[in-house]
Write a protein that binds this ligand. Structure first.
Ligand code: ATP
Length: 276
């Protein structure tokens, strides 16, 4: 497999507002119900993410993790509360925010070569051709796919396709990256590589990353903080700070006794065995 340890571009970020003293993401009293459903999915969800922080969001199956992420991305309008991204209330997809979905096969266009896929959002936002080429090359290099530019997505493995999806998000130079179960559809080794790629990207860009995952070990390995959602209607049951040293390493970090303690703690909070 191509090396994933290539440098991630430290490129200029899009011009987005920064409101002094505001966290990168602020969620206040968020509630959401789907039409026709007997009860709300989310109820009074509140938390913040600091600039450069990596948060994971975990919780029981079907509790509203993806719904929460879609509210943050401006894809769903909550019926209660407020989401602020970079100090601005969200009422549409915020500038400076990109999202990576679980299903890369549906998020990439099969009829476009990899390079075209990566530059697609840049074309849509009117980035000039020379800069599009530069950003596409940088982003593909960042995920170890510099040689795949002229291939079609269906000529790549699942893990490589997800790296293309990550490269496409990086090409937008986001301040905030949302990832919805991004590694759920790849094998264990590729998953570990993509986890390390995510940490490398965060370190290089200093971007704020929020990851929804079902995998408790992954949540502890990646996080500065784990947000545990309760059963529906979901609220924040617990926030677990992860004080494991950096840089993290798949072998050393996961065999650290503190890692084992933290994963047990998160698992207990998901099951509702442990009071806040
Ligand atoms: N578009 C929709 N219309 C109606 N109900 C929906 C819609 N999307 C999700 N739901 C319901 O909202 C609840 C939360 O779904 P969501 O996908 O946000 O949970 P999740 O925690 O991400 O799930 P999982 O753990 O299975 O990935 C579920 O009961 C789901 O059936």
């Amino acid at each position: 497999m191509t090396s994933m340890r290539n440098p991630v571009p430290t490129a200029a970020r899009p011009a987005v507002a920064d409101v002094a003293g505001e966290p990168a993401v602020r969620v206040t009293g968020l509630g959401h119900s789907y039409p026709g459903q007997p009860r709300p999915v989310l109820h009074d969800v509140s938390f913040t993410a600091a600039d450069g922080e990596l948060l994971t969001i975990v919780g029981p199956s079907g509790t509203g993790k993806s719904t929460l992420l879609r509210c943050l991305a401006g894809l769903l309008r909550p019926d209660q509360g407020e989401v602020c991204v970079l100090g601005e209330p969200v009422c549409g997809v915020p500038a400076g925010l990109s999202m990576v979905f679980q299903d890369y096969s549906r998020s990439l266009f099969p009829w476009m070569r990899v390079g075209r896929n990566v530059e697609f959002p840049l074309r849509a936002t009117g980035v000039p051709a020379a800069e599009r080429r530069e950003r596409t090359a940088e982003s593909l290099a960042a995920v170890g796919l510099e040689d795949a530019r002229r291939k079609y997505p269906w000529q790549l493995s699942g893990g490589m396709q997800q790296r293309v999806a990550i490269a496409r998000a990086l090409a937008c130079r986001p301040r905030i990256l949302l990832m919805d179960e991004p590694f759920a559809s790849v094998d264990a080794q590729t998953r570990a590589d993509l986890e390390d790629l995510t940490l490398a990207v965060r370190d290089r860009f200093g971007m704020t990353i929020l990851v929804v995952t079902h995998d408790i070990d992954e949540s502890v390995y990646l996080s500065d903080r784990v947000i545990v959602l309760s059963r529906p209607p979901a609220t924040v049951a617990e926030q677990v700070s992860v004080d494991l040293p950096a840089p993290r390493d798949q072998i050393t970090t996961r065999s650290d006794p503190r890692f084992v303690h933290l994963r047990t703690d998160v698992a207990a909070h998901i099951r509702g065995d442990r009071a806040s």
